[in-house]
Design a protein around this ligand. Structure first.
Ligand SMILES: [Ca+2]
Length: 155
């Protein structure tokens, strides 16, 4: 997972996506997550898969669209969480800033990847991520924070 996908590999990603049991009208359902991780040869614990499922179930009625999947897959090499894509989706009310509820939802998934994120409070998040000190964490600040936290990891 250290290099971007080639055009050929992206084609393969699409083939895999479209062959999933629930694929229909350009999306899959989260019930296919164990299957897709298996086909992509991603090793994820049952707990992580469950966290992804719960997360997406809350976001878009459990649907994942093909372009979102491709975006996630092609961005994931930068940070394994695909921080930019995730945060765009997380900012549910499109305010441009991360609310406490949005942060809580994000952390629930992120901490299954990196125990360094576990136990972070919203107050920690604002203190550490708000680099322009306006008291709010913008999407850009949030992406940088995730990258910083995950890059510090030793695992
Ligand atoms: Ca800020």
């Amino acid at each position: 997972m250290s290099v971007p996908y080639t055009a050929e590999e992206i084609k393969d990603l699409r083939v895999i996506f479209r062959s999933l049991p629930t694929y229909k009208d350009n999306h899959i359902l989260t019930s296919d997550f164990p299957e897709i991780f298996h086909r992509l040869r991603y090793e994820r614990s049952a707990e992580q898969v469950e966290a992804y499922k719960n997360y997406w179930n809350g976001l878009q009625d459990g649907k994942v669209y093909e372009e979102q999947y491709i975006d996630l897959m092609t961005n994931i090499y930068k940070t394994y969480l695909g921080a930019q894509v995730m945060v765009d989706i997380i900012d549910k009310n499109k305010s441009g800033f991360i609310s406490e509820q949005e942060f809580t939802d994000l952390l629930h998934v992120a901490q299954t990847h990196d125990t360094k994120l576990a136990g972070k409070t919203f107050e920690d998040f604002v203190a550490e991520a708000d680099s322009d000190k306006d008291g709010r964490v913008s999407i850009g600040e949030c992406v940088k924070w995730i990258e910083k936290c995950t890059n510090e990891k030793g695992a």
